[in-house]
Design a protein around this ligand. Structure first.
Ligand SMILES: Cc1cc2nc3c(=O)[nH]c(=O)nc-3n(C[C@H](O)[C@H](O)[C@H](O)COP(=O)(O)OP(=O)(O)OC[C@H]3O[C@@H](n4cnc5c(N)ncnc54)[C@H](O)[C@@H]3O)c2cc1C
Length: 474
């Protein structure tokens, strides 16, 4: 927006910028709260270029390998990398009969990537026509299948099916109901790699704030928008929770799209995003995240580890469909100090462990359940990858769906906004140019194409195509 000539004021509810990528500084540890797997870094680079700068002057982005170390419940490991030959060997170790099918799957993922990412991720799906135009491609690419369904067509080994189908979870989708378009993530990772910035994702946040300020914009923290000001059906500014009113030519909401409509836009002007429709939408899963620092190092733990539990489809159905907090879990363990030791005091390690859980629809009382849940995860880590963990912890912090709801203003405490199913994608997702309010634009995970940094940055590209030129307001 700044590059387009707008004078931008960012209003942020929290006391510091970042949103899901907020940074917690505890006892000398730096814990990045959210995104850790940085893919398609060129989308970030593009923001620096638009501001007339080079990302490499501000950010030291390092490739991470393996992308993921996957640990099955029986202790078997699978190193998931972007190296075709190494991947073939890993697949062969697990299931020799599936090597040919795996290679065919990667070819399919590339074909889907070419349409799903290169052609469609930046299209403003503002009309039916844009949606109808893509139907033939979607049929050809078998988008009616689910991610797991498509993977299962190519490989037989159940463990391999899990390795190749977990990606939708990174953007809040259930592999058993998300359209197979999301298999493009496998190719996206292979093409551009997985990265992590020195200084953590907090370095990216500081860099982005500098870009905004360098353009003459400002970032005001502890400034919660209470409502979007309307004249008839037209937005003309916002009112903050302290009563301050700020006039604007246009309003762009990067808050959760469902929350924006439900709580910031007067119900009487909403024809498309009525309260009833918002209630009926399906929302992504919740997340339980435990950030912890240890007074020793666990050198054997990779930067990214996925620890699969005893159940896959059953657990996902508990999370997404039955909305119950299960006794078992699958975990993602983050050890950023594997790439940047300075994120923890000397001789220590910083971690976070994340468990996908149902969103607030489960009715889980996180105020009482969080600590017992954390304890179970701690015991599991101590019994597997991190012996003696209980005695090593010197920093600890947790977050859960109730916090996503109350602190980040996410509808139903969903970690990734509306669930990315076909009936809630593209034209069917809240449009980047509001259907209900003139002068209101929506960006971020709750719009097209969806959650995850590549999705959110692509939604900014869509925004660029739908906002008017500043000359319009002269
Ligand atoms: C734990 C976790 C791990 C993740 N890991 C990855 C990963 O490895 N890779 C990846 O690509 N993606 C990952 N994601 C997803 C990714 O982080 C998100 O999709 C993305 O950051 C969402 O960006 P956003 O700008 O849409 O929303 P947010 O980052 O949530 O920004 C919205 C902002 O709006 C503010 N706000 C809300 N309401 C108001 C209001 N009324 N007034 C003022 N401000 C308001 C919020 O405080 C927040 O700062 C992860 C997410 C989580 C939670």
């Amino acid at each position: 927006m700044g590059a387009r000539g707008y004078r931008v004021t960012v209003l942020e509810k929290l006391d510091a910028p970042g949103g899901r990528a907020y940074v917690h500084n505890i006892n000398g540890f730096t814990f990045d709260a959210g995104p850790t797997v940085i893919t398609a870094p060129f989308l970030l680079e593009e923001l620096w270029t638009l501001a007339g700068r080079r990302m490499s002057d501000d950010i030291d982005m390092r490739p991470v390998t393996p992308f993921y170390r996957i640990r099955f419940n029986d202790g078997t490991l699978f190193d998931y990398t972007g190296d075709a030959a190494a991947m073939r060997k890993e697949v062969e170790k697990l299931s020799p009969k599936d090597v040919a099918g795996y290679e065919k799957f990667i070819e399919t993922s590339e074909a889907i990537f070419k349409v799903g990412f290169e052609a469609l991720a930046h299209v403003p799906f503002g009309s039916w026509w844009e949606m109808i135009k893509i139907v033939p491609d979607m049929v050809k690419l078998e988008s009616y299948r689910t991610v797991y369904g498509l993977v299962a067509k190519y490989v037989e080994d159940e463990r391999l099916r899990q390795v190749m189908s977990f990606h939708p979870l990174l953007v809040g989708g259930n592999p058993f109901s998300t359209t197979s378009i999301y298999t493009l993530i496998a190719f996206l990772e292979r093409k551009w790699g997985v990265h992590f910035p020195i200084g953590g994702t907090g370095a990216l946040i500081r860099g982005l704030v500098n870009l905004i300020e360098g353009q003459g914009g400002s970032v005001r923290c502890s400034s919660e928008v209470k409502r979007i000001l309307l004249r008839g059906r037209k937005a003309h500014g916002v009112e903050l929770s302290n009563g301050e009113r700020i006039e604007a030519d246009i309003v762009v909401s990067n808050a959760d799209s469902a929350w924006t409509y439900r709580y910031l836009v007067d119900e009487t002007v909403r024809k498309r995003w009525t309260n009833e429709r918002l209630e009926k939408q399906r929302y992504s899963m919740g997340l339980f995240v435990w950030y912890f620092g240890t007074k020793r190092k666990y050198e054997n733990v990779a930067h990214h580890t996925i620890m699969l539990g005893p159940r896959y489809e059953g657990l996902l159905s508990d999370i997404f469909t039955r909305h119950v907090l299960a006794d078992d879990f699958s975990l993602y363990l983050h050890r950023p100090t594997a790439t940047d030791p300075a994120l923890a005091p000397e001789g220590c390690d910083a971690f976070y462990v994340l468990s996908p859980v149902p969103n607030m629809e489960s009715g889980t009382d996180w105020k009482t359940q969080a600590e017992p849940y954390r304890k179970r995860i701690e015991q599991h880590l101590a019994a597997t990858l991190m012996p003696g963990l209980e005695k090593e912890i010197i920093a600890s912090h947790m977050t859960h769906p109730l916090e996503f709801q109350d602190r980040l203003s996410s509808f139903r405490g969903a970690a990734f906004g509306m669930e990315p199913v076909l009936t809630q994608s593209a034209f069917f997702r809240p449009h980047n140019k509001s259907e209900d309010v003139e002068g209101l634009y929506i960006v971020g995970a709750g719009t097209h194409p969806g959650a995850g940094l590549p999705g959110v940055l692509s939604s900014a590209r869509v925004l660029d195509r739908v906002v008017p030129d500043v000359a319009h307001f002269a």
